[in-house]
Write a protein that binds this ligand. Structure first.
Ligand code: FMN
Length: 373
């Protein structure tokens, strides 16, 4: 199957079907309690959610996550996402750039991504490639992928669960790939961001990449768009692989976003960490930043709002998201992202129990690790 056709199918299935993680995320979020301050001591007008990321000043700590590109018919989607990034001064990722490799740097294919850089000219643009593609891609080709869209960073996605269920997936995720990424961190010229796609990063994985010089992580935890399910639905109804996907989902495979965020921050206290994967409200965004994220990222709801309600509908979603983030910061008494990470948090028993079993001292995490100056 062509990469472009696969991307179109992904978008179509992710919008049409119920492909959201079914685990206990709602309960986990309610176990993260920020303390309401009846006298916040500040004015809402003084709440500043701007932040620095990849050398740019963003108006809000938000990344429009990697979704699309690779076919001329996908260019209008990237165009609208980029308009949103420009209007709100947010960071934006493009979808996997594998089609550029496949179609040998065909100009039309490049343009479906490049439009993002052209429109979002004053905000960070993040390139994207799957780790499994590194087997057959030279360092020079990867540099060229960055150059053709003038990216400020390259996200490398780790998606073993997706690839296993994908009918034509790559299943070689051996550690030889680490040495290639080590070279890239030195030679690419822009930072590497290690991301999942919806099953979460663990502290074991983050430690491996940290050891070779990676300083940016996007947790893409299991709480939002579920790629096991999207791929399962692309398999024939009575196939074993489809049943495998459904069964993995029914046992709630993956690391829920809040837990993946803590795992990542715990082993990479100095790194820039994006909390994504079902962070679909500004209220939960506030919780994720207070818990140690530098930024939050979101994907599917923006695409859904765009396709179903047009640019204005997507903009409305973002307006509410930002308003929720600002309001909850106000109610905790935080005037900045930095202050928010110092505000008290109470964690419920499921999270505490998980962290204890993972060898993370909760009190030390909350009073030291999550706080970044
Ligand atoms: C339609 C769609 C396409 C995506 N394509 C990519 C991709 O090409 N590369 C990638 O790293 N992640 C991709 N993702 C994953 C997102 O970047 C993000 O990590 C994940 O969906 C979690 O965000 P969400 O729960 O807010 O949707 C895609 C997500 C969606 C919804």
């Amino acid at each position: 199957m062509s990469d472009a056709k696969r991307k179109l199918e992904h978008i179509e299935i992710s919008l049409r079907e119920d492909v959201v993680y079914t685990g206990e995320c709602r309960e986990l979020y309610s176990e993260i309690v920020l303390i309401h301050q009846a006298l916040p001591g500040i004015s809402l007008n003084n709440v500043d959610i701007s932040t620095r990321f990849l050398g740019y000043e963003l108006n809000a700590p938000i990344v429009i996550e990697a979704m699309t590109g690779g076919h001329p018919s996908l260019k209008p989607i990237n165009e609208k996402l980029a308009l949103l990034a420009r209007e709100y001064k947010l960071a934006i990722g493009v979808g996997s750039q594998r089609p550029i490799l496949k179609y040998k740097f065909n100009q039309e294919v490049i343009d479906s991504y490049r439009v993002v850089r052209e429109i979002a000219s004053d905000t960070p643009v993040i390139g994207n490639l799957g780790i499994a593609q590194l087997h057959e891609t030279s360092i020079d080709e990867i540099k060229k992928l960055v150059d053709v869209i003038n990216a400020d960073a390259l996200a490398i996605h780790l998606n073993p669960a997706q690839e296993v269920i994908q009918p034509e997936g790559d299943i070689d995720f051996s550690e030889v790939l680490l040495s290639k990424i080590a070279v890239l961190t030195r030679e690419l010229g822009v930072p590497i961001i290690i991301k999942e796609v919806g099953n979460g990063l663990s502290m074991e994985v983050v430690s491996k990449f940290k050891a070779i010089g990676v300083k940016f992580f996007d947790v893409a935890g299991a709480c939002g768009t579920n790629w096991i399910m999207i791929e399962a639905l692309r398999n024939p109804e009575d196939s074993i692989t489809r049943a495998l996907g459904v069964n993995l989902l029914s046992v709630k495979w993956g690391i829920p976003t809040p837990l993946s965020l803590i795992e990542t921050r715990h082993v990479a206290p100095e790194a820039t960490v994006i909390a994504s994967g079902g962070v679909w409200s500004g209220i939960n965004a506030c919780k994720m930043i207070a818990l140690g994220g530098d930024l939050v990222g979101l994907a599917r709801p923006l695409l859904k709002a765009l396709i179903e309600k047009g640019y204005e509908g997507m903009k409305k979603y973002m307006e509410l998201y930002i308003k929720e983030l600002k309001t909850t910061m106000f109610l905790t008494g935080a005037t900045s992202i930095k202050e928010l990470r110092k505000k008290p948090i109470v964690l419920g028993p499921t999270i505490r129990n998980y962290l204890e079993q993972r060898g993370i001292n909760v009190n030390n995490y909350l009073s030291n690790t999550r706080i970044r100056e």
